[in-house]
Design a protein around this ligand. Structure first.
Ligand code: PGA
Ligand code: ZN
Length: 433
């Protein structure tokens, strides 16, 4: 494939902040009578980011978007990257990504910006699929197994994603007892709407947070779990049997001087051991199948204890601690930290490095949980990624807001496209289930 053109522009994410959109146009090097194809992709942006994520380049110019402009990252695509890639014969995604990494030359993509690099990497993936006349999801692990995921829907938002008094960031429902993705999403949406009416009846606020989940002020973090369980029942399902719970308390945000601070509710500080006791109680009490970032990224000791204690029961996902980075995941595997990894393309910054991390996880019997960011767009690459890597579960927000629903809609289309070949593995998507 010859790269004919690379172009980027500044567009907006779901929080109204600028982000990078890129277009890559490919021409077939062998047949000149085929029309060139163009792939377009937009990168997302996180709020509770891990310290070791690849660098998202922002202008820092207070006169534009309060310093959040991405005109430098866009210019890096339109000058350095476009000039270097133009007319290059690119053999594969890996080849393209190696060129991008070489051009940047830093270990964390801070020169050109991971937002600039990933936009081009993802746009290339799309153009490549078009050139191959195949669906994007078939290009990641060609010939490998495909499956539709359990949609883990973040129905109550707290932490850094909402202006309420809930310390833990994400309370998700996982509708798994379904014959298909289409039915699973229906169960999830029905529960989401039941939750709304329960919150309303209780006199709680029904506005939503960054990922489309409700963001009420509650009496405690436990109450978030309890209203969700009530909603599952009200919607006509059985908690645990039909729909289970997943949590991302995002505890790196609570970590301060070696302790965990309930920074939004009681301001209480607890030790790593006490937090572990809390998780053990919750897992005993509630139908929790997955706990993400149950310990902070800088609390490896806490992570090891958590894994030793609960790693045989539920899925323990490392987000901030691993940052989708194969080198850090390798260390985690060696030190018996977690049994699953969160996968966010923009934490590492290219499609091929993301796939390398996924391969490493699978090889070591870790699960992969595919994820959006809190700042999202209409881009649906992660929907294809979860199907194409057979990861089995995805988190892409709640039951409303189009930047979240865009991924669900893409999954509905993929399921229809796969027809009788569509596979939905349900509860088996989760570690130890
Ligand atoms: P972020 O949150 O996109 O704001 O980092 C998502 C998460 O913590 O999983
Ligand atoms: Zn997380």
């Amino acid at each position: 494939m010859i790269i004919e053109k690379v172009h980027a522009r500044e567009v907006l994410d779901s929080r109204g902040n600028p982000t990078v959109e890129a277009e890559v146009t490919l021409r077939d090097s062998k047949s000149s009578n085929r029309e060139p194809v163009t792939g377009i992709a937009i990168v997302p942006s996180g709020a509770s980011t891990g310290e070791k994520e690849a660098v998202e380049l922002r202008d820092g110019d207070p006169r534009r978007y309060q310093g959040k402009g991405v005109s430098k990252a866009v210019a890096n695509v339109n000058t350095t990257i476009a000039a270097s890639l133009r007319n290059l014969n690119i053999l594969s995604q890996q080849h393209l990504d190696e060129e991008l990494i070489r051009l940047d030359g830093t270990s964390n993509k801070s020169k050109l910006g991971a937002n600039a690099i990933l936009a081009v990497s993802m746009a290339f993936a799309r153009a490549f699929a078009l050139a191959e006349r195949t669906s994007l999801y078939r290009t990641f692990f060609p010939g490998g197994p495909l499956s539709l995921p359990v949609p883990c829907m973040n129905v109550i938002n707290g932490g850094r994603h909402a202006d309420n008094n809930v310390d833990f960031q994400e309370f998700m429902i996982a509708p798994h007892n379904a014959p298909s993705f289409k039915e699973a999403i229906r169960m999830g949406e029905e529960t989401f709407h039941a939750l709304r009416s329960i919150l309303k009846t209780k006199g709680y606020f029904t506005g939503v947070g960054d990922e489309g989940g409700f963001a009420p002020n509650l009496r405690s973090n436990e109450e978030a779990v309890e209203v969700i369980l009530e909603a599952i029942t009200k919607a006509g399902y059985h908690p645990g049997k039909d729909i289970s719970l997943c949590l991302d308390p995002a505890t790196s945000e609570m970590w301060e001087d070696g302790q965990y601070v309930f920074f939004k509710s009681t301001k209480e500080k607890i030790s790593s051991d006490r937090l572990l006791a809390l998780w053990s109680d919750w897992v005993r009490q509630y139908p929790i199948v997955l706990l993400e970032d149950g310990m902070a990224e800088n609390d490896w000791t806490g992570w090891k204890s958590l894994t030793a204690q609960l790693g045989g029961n539920i899925e323990l996902v490392g987000d901030d601690i691993f940052c989708t980075n194969p080198a850090i995941l390798k260390k985690g595997i060696e030190e018996r930290v977690a049994n699953s990894i969160l996968i966010k393309l923009n934490q590492i910054g290219t499609v091929s490095e993301t796939l390398e991390t996924i391969r490493l996880a699978y090889k070591n019997n870790y699960n992969c949980f595919i994820s959006h960011r809190s700042g999202e767009t209409e881009d649906t690459t992660i929907a294809d990624l979860v199907v194409g890597t057979n990861a089995g579960h995805i988190k892409t927000g709640s039951g409303c807001r189009s930047e979240r629903i865009a991924k669900f809609n893409r999954l509905l289309r993929i399921e229809e496209e796969l027809g009788s070949q569509a596979v939905f593995i349900g509860i088996k998507a989760f570690k130890n289930k």
